[in-house]
Design a protein around this ligand. Structure first.
Ligand SMILES: [Zn+2]
Ligand SMILES: [Zn+2]
Length: 87
């Protein structure tokens, strides 16, 4: 089941995020409040921080916890990419 990722900060219902990448983490930054959430990633997995087709940097994010996948959808052009979560 796919669930939309919503900001967990109290009082914020932001559901659009910028993506920042560290060596072993992917960080979702809420564009409403600046709150962030980190997820583990493989060292060599390639996560784009901007849309590969239009260069936009804001994404809607959803997650399928059972499959262990996260889906990013470009807010501007709707292009999607899938990211596999690391346990
Ligand atoms: Zn927020
Ligand atoms: Zn785009």
């Amino acid at each position: 089941m796919v669930n939309t990722v919503v900001c967990k900060e109290e009082g914020c219902i932001g559901n659009r995020f910028k993506i920042s990448v560290q060596r072993l983490k992917i960080i979702l930054i809420c564009i409403e409040c600046g709150g962030f959430e980190k997820y583990n990633k493989e060292m060599n997995s390639n996560v784009p921080t901007i849309c590969r087709s239009c260069g936009e940097e804001i994404f809607k994010v959803s997650k399928d916890a059972r499959k262990g996948e996260m889906y990013f959808e470009c807010e501007d052009c709707g292009k999607k990419f899938t990211f596999t979560l690391v346990k």
